[in-house]
Unconditional design. Sequence first.
Length: 103
Amino acid sequence: MPVKLFLFCIGTGWTVGIGCLSSGAQTISLSEDIPEEVLQLQIEVRANSQLTGLPQDAATYAREQQQLQVAVTDVPPQLSPELKLTVGLLRIRKLLKGIFPFF
């Protein structure tokens, strides 16, 4: 029994050793590996422009967002009279459906 166990251990050791040498296994360098906790704490300072899609820094991105926000608030919403009428009729229909569900 001890001889079989000894031979099994030697055979397993040779198999693992040869497998590692033939597969070309490489170790990960610890200097390149950044811990996940550090990655979660890093602030992203790069962004893409919404207008052109090109990368830009945070300050330029913030200025562009402010300009876009001002541009959107300056334009009042305009609906066509036909659309306003349709929305009004749909609201009346919804009210009547609540009162007369089988109509």
